[in-house]
Ligand binder design. Sequence first.
Ligand SMILES: [Zn+2]
Length: 139
Amino acid sequence: MEPQLRIDYSPIHGLGCYAAAPISSGVRVREYIGERIPAAEAIRREADTTRPAIFTLWLDEERAIDGWVGGNESIYINHCCEPNCDWDFEEDRAFIVTVRDIALDEELTIDYAYDANGPKERCGCGATACRGTLNVPAE
Ligand SMILES: [Zn+2]
């Protein structure tokens, strides 16, 4: 059975995704579903300023999933530099898995890990180890 989630305002950014009941570590919370699109279309949609945020999850350099079209609660999971969830890829599917126990009403977070060479996105997650950006450090 899928863990119960709820969407509510977040101190990190906009709306966030919260545990509506405690969730154990190692649980697949949701699959990141949505429209499957090729790279060129994903780049076009990421640049579309009429959208409230970026919802593309890249599977590889060729393909992405657009959670804004047909997605679920996963799209509301905010970035944090010390997240309580991680990506769990299986073939061409992407799941969000908890990396520690999550308490009732705790916000679910994940590391967006934007490309080190891409446009720099500022982070205000508030974690002690916040690196100040959603991008991963350059190698
Ligand atoms: Zn941060």
